[in-house]
Write a protein that binds this ligand. Structure first.
Ligand code: 7RM
Length: 649
């Protein structure tokens, strides 16, 4: 074993075969079909993707080439022209879907709205006219800073319709973060709302926009949606009300066609250091990746009601609330607020109230549900659910089992989907009805995806051994560059192994070829020469009945290189005692071996997380070393968590 390889210690051996019932109705119903299509997609990608693109997308002008790969730059569907909004809306008009619900919205206060495809089309057309009146069009950047309301989706699609590039900034970000993002892309228009509802209170979005806009010379106009009716300041000559601006705008709009590679959006993603990276996605390839994966991974049926709890400010909201689902003519359920408002059973209440059939959420949320207690779940039926999904982090087997038993009632397949902002769409995932699932594994590659686990030199490591996860072939929905910084694009993703996409994740493949993500490479622990993924230690901790959530970090140690410090939050009602610390250390040693026995356990009321729920281990590392938290904290969900941890130090 070389110094750099990653030791993998997981011993998970449970496996769940698809039920005969699910299999019989699945969109991709057999292993043989998966194998055949997968083989075609990687052996004859041009043939595969050309067929998919013709079948799934509406083209104004057919493409002449499928892919031109001049590493690290890709051109997909060269010569083709299309309109992304038309592919999500107009194509359903005049079909049976015309009067089908596109969006079913529930606001945090409980207000419900249903918007059909025809109505959504009207809304988008009207807003497209507003944009054109404001001289916002092809290539202009538009920042969207809104609550999770239907108008946020309308704003995104109206941008796509006129060829403007949207950058959605999550509504929880500070004025500072918003300002940086607006300035980085030079946005001309900002779309916001007076406020949004969160935990029973109004989040004053417009106020934050006003602060940010003190230092954003590119912004000419602010379009303001009235949502909460809180009092706001409207700046003469700059700010206009949505409802006034679109008064009288026609509800039909002739959409222009744009080239396949026309930029669709920029989405900023936090680097572990330095300024956020503006990931750029373009039109045809991105849409195709989202549409194809939605169809098979979520096994979409005409009658489904699909709920993804991600905010549209995250890539999951772009790909699997908006583009992948609407292009498929699905009905998407949108929820504005917090999962525990007014009580910890809000999601289960909504699932029963609306008859939601597909539910896609993050492991961090699942662990919160577990911590809140089973009774909140057991008081609801959840009988409409037929498929569950997970995304954002490795799902620890304990949480997987709980999700399977408590939410899925052992009846629903779980798709653990691995992908990134950069990949645009799902890359490694079970296919429901086909793939035998193993709790904690994202299982196998989706069509066209060629992932490998490699060592420092780029050589594939033997099965069972950990290494770095790379993707060796281009795929349609891959990012095209980082906005304004192509050098950083090349350096970040294509310099570790020239010409090959480096994901930044550590992984291992088991003997069946299944992929297990062991965590970010930047976070890998180095204990007495053993490099261990954070997920493996954390998953062992969370398997203990007292533990709700855990984060493992390395602290420099003269003797061992690093010593292992684990931050642990306990389930409600469990007392934090010295004795429990010792028990947890022993538990980890027993589960995965003495090498991983934590040197120190620290109980914490909460762990620092990003807005999308990823634990920020970088911050915990700084706390473990005893120093101040210095790095960028603008993507933190709640800074008080850090303050508390530091105070306890
Ligand atoms: C969709 C999204 C990307 C990073 C990625 C991983 C981690 C996401 C899984 C996962 C294990 C999963 N985009 N990650 N999904 N790890 N299993 N199913 O999360 O850009 O915000 O994050 O998230 O580390 O590199 S993202």
């Amino acid at each position: 074993m070389t110094d750099q390889s990653i030791t993998s210690v997981s011993r998970e051996s449970r496996a769940f075969k698809p039920s005969a019932e699910f299999k019989a109705q699945a969109n991709l119903g057999s292993e043989a079909t998966y194998k055949r299509l997968y083989a075609e997609s990687v052996n004859s990608p041009e043939k595969f993707w050309s067929r998919q693109a013709k079948e799934l997308l509406v083209w104004r002008k057919p493409f002449r080439s499928v892919v031109k790969w001049n590493a690290p730059h890709a051109e997909w569907f060269g010569g083709g022209m299309l309109n992304v909004a038309e592919n999500c809306l107009d194509r359903h008009l005049g079909t049976a879907r015309e009067n089908k619900a596109a969006l079913i919205f529930e606001g945090e206060p409980g207000d419900v709205r249903t918007i059909t495809y025809k109505q959504l089309h009207f809304h988008v057309c009207r807003l497209a006219h507003v944009f054109e009146n404001l001289n916002v069009g092809k290539g202009d950047r538009v920042a969207i800073y809104m609550p999770m309301v239907p108008e946020a989706v309308v704003a995104m699609l109206a941008c796509a319709r006129v060829g403007a590039i949207h950058t959605v900034v999550f509504g929880g970000f500070s004025s500072e973060s918003l300002k940086d993002r607006i300035n980085d892309c030079g946005a001309k228009l900002v779309i916001t709302a007076d406020g949004g509802w969160r935990r029973g209170k109004v989040v004053e979005l417009k106020k934050t926009v006003d602060e940010a806009l003190e230092h954003t010379p590119s912004v000419q106009t602010v379009l303001v949606l009235r949502r909460c009716k809180n009092e706001i300041n409207m700046q003469e000559g700059r700010d206009i009300w949505w409802h006034e601006a679109w008064e009288g705008a026609p509800n039909h709009h002739k959409a222009k066609a744009f080239p396949s590679e026309h930029p669709l959006f920029i989405l900023y993603t936090s680097g572990s250091t330095g300024k956020p990276k503006g990931v750029l996605h373009t039109s045809a390839g991105y849409l195709l990746g989202c549409k194809l994966s939605s169809q098979y991974v979520f096994d979409l049926k005409e009658s489904d009601l699909y709920f993804c709890s991600a905010d549209i400010g995250w890539i999951t909201g772009h790909s699997y609330v908006v583009y992948g689902l609407l292009s498929n003519g699905a009905t998407v359920f949108l929820y504005e607020g917090a999962p525990n408002e007014p009580g910890p059973d809000r999601f289960w209440r909504m699932i029963d109230r609306h008859g939601i059939t597909i539910f896609y959420t993050a492991p961090t949320a699942i662990r919160a549900f577990m911590r809140w207690g089973d009774n909140y779940v057991l008081s609801h039926q959840l009988s409409s659910l037929r498929l569950l999904g997970s995304v954002g982090e490795p799902i620890n087997p304990e949480a997987w089992m709980w999700y399977h038993r408590m939410i899925g009632k052992k009846r629903c397949p779980i798709v653990d989907t691995w992908w990134q902002t950069e990949t645009g769409s799902i890359m490694i995932t079970p296919l429901p009805g086909v793939t035998t699932c193993k709790p904690g594994s994202a299982t196998r590659p989706f069509f066209g995806v060629v992932p490998k686990v490699v060592d420092e030199k780029g050589k594939e490591v033997p099965k069972g051994q950990g290494g770095k996860l790379v993707i060796t072939k281009p795929w349609p929905s891959m990012l095209r560059t980082l906005w304004g910084d192509d050098r950083r694009y090349q350096q970040t993703y294509f310099s570790e192994y020239p010409g090959i996409y480096f994901t930044g994740d550590g992984a291992r493949q088991d003997k069946d070829g299944y992929f297990w993500i062991v965590g970010r490479i930047d976070d890998v622990l180095n204990i007495s020469g053993h490099r261990l993924g954070t997920a493996e230690v954390e998953s062992a901790l969370v398997a203990h009945p007292a533990v709700a959530e855990a984060a493992a970090v390395g602290r420099p140690d003269d003797l061992k290189g690093q010593s292992l410090v684990c931050f642990v939050t306990l389930k409600s009602g469990i007392e934090a005692t010295e004795d429990l610390k010792q028990k947890l250390r022993a538990h980890v040693a027993k589960e995965i071996g003495a090498l991983a026995r934590p040197d120190s356990i620290r109980f914490a009321a909460a762990l620092p997380k990003t807005r999308s729920g990823k634990i920020m281990r970088r911050i915990l590392k700084e706390i473990a070393v005893g120093g101040e938290v210095k790095g960028d904290t603008t993507t933190l969900e709640d800074f008080t968590v850090v303050a508390t941890l530091q105070a306890e130090d």
